[in-house]
Design a protein around this ligand. Structure first.
Ligand SMILES: C[S@@+](CC[C@H](N)C(=O)[O-])C[C@H]1O[C@@H](n2cnc3c(N)ncnc32)[C@H](O)[C@@H]1O
Length: 882
């Protein structure tokens, strides 16, 4: 998904854009109509409420026909495919514990059924199919319509299943073409990877998976991913997305990618300067920040996403792409500068426009003076249908078709720069005759287009009609020698060679100066106001905005009361944030060095000495007595944080590693440890825990997962005793991979199927994961099919108890026929549900009231969502309801 750089660097431009936005009707604010089969997408009209999107654009067709983007005979297929809705595609998260299990389950339960040719109203439902070029059949393509979905129950079930799995993080819904760039990066677990324009993070997630692909329990890879985005709100989205990966090997940063800091240890030869690449003399790798792999999935005009965002038809104009070319080159060149020799860089856009694609590739090759090579990757991912990069194109500027830089009007020379043309040649100033002064509002075209001499055909175009996808562009580079210092220095002017406006078009080299936004001046200001608004149209912006708002809100709530060491001054101004290096308004990332806190964690959880804690625990607060969260970072991330300190703190870090501990003290202060394990931290810590961990049989594990709170006595004897031997507070219940006879017989080295964080109360244990997560876990572990006493208690029973007991009170309800009992504790759980695992359930008192019958083993604790203040002793429940 493309998204143009923010601001454009001009106040007037921002105001104009705001006016434009305010005048524009917001099509997303209304609810959508029920779409029909032939009108799957609709847009509003003032009279009728809704009407179909206008899926055509004369300027789009004129432009791409002229560029010969496809052979003439393919044009109608190309255009008609662009007008069809995009099929659903998703990826099973490859390094997830259950990846292959999910794939097999899906195939067995759903897709095999469709293979036999399902029909709706006589129309065949297209079978689900794996994306053949994606490894291990872990990515799938579904293309049934909404109408089919409504009419065929199996499709509805598939839909629900995918929604649930997506929520839980087992799969990622992602456009097929967007899955391609990370595959060409060929990431290995020891690589340092930079994702320069990473939000919302679907490709970052893939990169992280690759880093973790060979993980063994208890081992972390040597590599890491730095996910960067210039938009701080989108950085939060990025954090939210990647959290599902539970990786300590990630750092999220917030920089304009074209200014991504070069870090070098100040104590090394040649002190660090910002924007420095590897052009200076040799310095040990560990003392500077260089990358093995870089993804430049740059902001772009995004017309390759027309199928997903049909609104682009209405807004399309080629000025957007022209205006982005310069920024795209700058970002990619910054990438080249901080790439290791031998490393790979993938440049990608979801735009079909050669000015954002091949023109940028050509300029990277020219500007890097032979330091990078454009790789021929035709033998990689052989199943992927692709077309060669274009060798020839024209530039459209206002109403003129331009074949070379020499045809550019003088007053447009700051906008239409030589690097946009296939040859990259500038125009000779002695050539500045009248033809370069002419009007640019009249249609004109002069001569045949230039033909590139560089091997641009090695880059790849993915066209929508080749394999029913969106459009995409990918180029793979390898660095073969360091950039010459003179080149690094001249990057700002690379794209304005020959332009008299060159001095206006340099990049902003002062990291403190945010007034210039993304550092791109000049050309952006020349884009029509309408064009400035069109950059994000290919994303369902309303959805993204809502998600960001929810996440930011959540984080703000979380941050409240965070133990930030606020100075008196900060308190006076109400500022929650401190200063991170040279970045104002960002909490610092600090190593946790408070021995008291660390030793309490080690003692409580029995953390083995082999688990490296020193230098791996970081916080965002200087006052450890008030800190709320402790994060864990891998050695690779720890090294970068250290390097950042020694280089003068140039990196602006939004988040580092994963949340491992969170402050949690019961009101009565009965737990000896003030921190519970955060669910994303559990997989990393688990192999090193020797205390507060108990091993359950399948039966007990199921009992726990099926209920939010379970009293000790509900479990089998062995397990109940093991639980009661734990200290009050956070604990982990683990399910051994092989069923054992009795929890006490499980050794701590036992391979585990899974584990779950819990809270150990006085009489019960409660899950610290959401109900949805527990449900998924049950399903995945195939625990559902085992015969266990039903844990479901009829709503009528819950209602009866709720009406008779006070909140916090517990009732044992006995079924007169079966003699089975249920223990119901009256609690208001609505808020708990919403807060998910972040809320600790209140302790449950020992059951007070037992109806006068013998209570058989297996009492099951349930919580009721209703509570009333009636003082009563006994509940009389109809036997049938239990
Ligand atoms: C094409 S989207 C990236 C999509 C992302 N790679 C993914 O797969 O989810 C482009 C991103 O670039 C960011 N962006 C725009 N200008 C930027 C700049 N100068 N530096 C870094 N990021 C920028 C936008 O905020 C946007 O999130």
């Amino acid at each position: 998904m493309g998204r143009r750089g923010r601001d454009g660097g001009n106040k007037r431009g921002r105001t104009q854009r705001r006016d434009f936005r305010d005048r524009r009707p917001n099509v997303w604010k209304k609810s959508r109509p029920e779409p029909s089969a032939d009108q799957p997408d609709a847009q509003p009209s003032s009279e009728t409420g809704w009407m179909p999107f206008v899926m055509e654009s004369t300027s789009f067709e004129l432009f791409y026909k002229k560029q010969c983007i496809v052979p003439e005979e393919e044009w109608s297929t190309f255009i008609s495919t662009l007008k069809k809705p995009l099929p659903t595609t998703f990826r099973i998260n490859g390094s997830g514990q259950f990846a292959h299990g999910i794939r097999d389950q899906m195939q067995r339960d759903f897709f095999d059924y469709l293979k036999d040719g399902a029909e709706v109203d006589g129309e065949e439902v297209a079978p689900a199919r794996p994306l053949l070029w994606y490894p291990d059949n872990l990515a799938w393509h579904l293309s049934f319509s909404r109408m089919q979905l409504r009419k065929l129950p199996i499709l509805e079930r598939i839909h629900e299943f995918l929604k649930q799995e997506n929520e839980i993080g087992s799969i990622t819904r992602q456009e097929a073409v967007s899955m391609i760039p990370p595959l060409f990066l060929k990431v290995e677990p020891h690589h340092k990877v930079l994702d320069m324009c990473a939000a919302p993070g679907s490709k970052t997630f893939q990169l992280l998976e690759m880093i973790h692909q060979a993980d063994k329990p208890g081992e972390l890879p040597d590599g890491m991913v730095i996910a960067n985005d210039s938009d701080v709100q989108r950085c939060h989205l990025l954090i939210h997305q990647t959290k599902r990966m539970c990786s300590p090997n990630i750092l999220v940063t917030n920089h304009d990618a074209q200014l991504f800091p070069g870090l070098k240890d100040k104590s090394c030869r040649g002190a660090a300067t910002l924007n420095e690449g590897d052009a200076e003399g040799p310095v040990e790798d560990g003392n500077r920040l260089l990358f093995d792999r870089i993804l430049c999935d740059v902001p772009c005009s995004g017309d390759g996403t027309l199928r997903k965002a049909p609104d682009i038809w209405r807004k399309w104009n080629c000025g957007v792409a022209n205006g982005l070319h310069r920024l795209q080159v700058q970002i990619a060149m910054r990438g080249v500068a901080i790439l290791k020799v031998g490393g790979r860089l993938v440049y990608s856009t979801c735009s079909l426009n050669p000015v954002e694609d091949e023109a940028v590739v050509g300029e990277i090759l020219r500007a890097s003076g032979g330091s990078v090579e454009l790789l021929d990757v035709s033998s990689e991912l052989p199943e992927l249908k692709r077309r060669p990069g274009m060798m020839s194109w024209k530039i459209r500027d206002r109403k003129r078709w331009l074949c070379s830089a020499s045809q550019v009007n003088r007053h447009r020379a700051g906008v239409v720069v030589p690097s946009m043309f296939p040859s990259g040649n500038g125009w000779d100033s002695s050539d500045a005759d009248e033809k370069n002064e002419g009007p640019d509002e009249t249609e004109s075209e002069e001569g045949p287009p230039e033909i590139a001499t560089l091997p641009l055909e090695r880059s790849m175009r993915i066209l929508p009609h080749d394999q029913d996808t969106g459009g995409f562009f990918i180029a793979v580079f390898q660095k073969i020698s360091p950039l010459k210092a003179s080149i690094t220095e001249s990057v700002p002017s690379l794209v304005s060679e020959g332009s008299q406006h060159e001095n206006q078009n340099g990049i902003n080299r002062d990291p403190e100066d945010h007034s210039l936004g993304n550092g791109v001046k000049g050309p952006i200001m020349d884009i029509p106001v309408s064009a400035l608004e069109e950059d994000e149209v290919h994303e369902d912006e309303e959805e993204v905005t809502d998600r960001i708002a929810a996440i930011v809100e959540e984080e703000e709530v979380e941050e409240e009361g965070e133990g930030v060491a606020t100075t008196a001054n900060q308190r006076a101004t109400g500022s929650r944030f401190q200063r991170q290096g040279r970045w104002r308004g960002v909490d610092p990332v600090l190593f946790l060095e408070d021995e008291k806190v660390i030793s309490s964690l080690v003692a409580f959880y029995g953390i083995k000495e082999t688990f490296p804690l020193s230098g791996h625990l970081v916080t965002r607060s200087e006052d450890s007595s008030r800190l709320k969260r402790i994060y864990y970072v891998s050695k690779s991330v720890s090294d970068v944080i250290r390097l950042n300190f020694s280089a003068g703190e140039h990196l602006k870090m939004t988040s580092a590693g994963l949340k491992m501990f969170e402050r949690q003290q019961p009101k009565d202060g009965t737990s000896p440890c003030a921190f519970r394990i955060a669910s994303e931290g559990l997989p990393v810590l688990l192999p090193y825990m020797t205390k507060q961990i108990v091993f359950a049989s399948k039966r007990d594990f199921k009992l726990l997962l099926s209920n939010k709170v379970v009293s000790f006595s509900a479990f089998s004897d062995n397990f109940s005793v093991a639980l009661q031997n734990l200290l009050h507070g956070c604990c982990v219940v683990a399910l051994p991979a092989k069923e054992v006879d009795g929890a006490d017989k499980v050794s701590s080295d036992q391979p585990l199927a899974t584990a779950v964080g819990c809270w150990h109360g006085r009489t019960n244990v409660s899950l610290l994961i959401t109900k949805a997560e527990a449900g998924q876990m049950l399903q995945r572990l195939s625990l559902n099919d085992e015969t266990l006493p039903s844990t479901a208690v009829d709503k009528t029973v819950q209602g009866a108890v709720a009406s008779e007991f006070r909140e916090g009170e517990t009732a044992v309800v006995v079924n007169g026929d079966t003699k089975r009992a249920a223990i119901l504790t009256v609690q208001r759980t609505q808020d708990d549900e919403m807060a998910g695992v972040d809320r600790m359930p209140e302790d449950v008192e020992t059951p007070k009231l037992v109806k006068g019958e013998q209570v058989v083993p297996d009492p099951i604790v349930e919580t009721s969502s209703q509570a009333m203040d009636i003082d009563a002793d006994v509940v009389d429940v109809p036997a049938t309801t239990l």
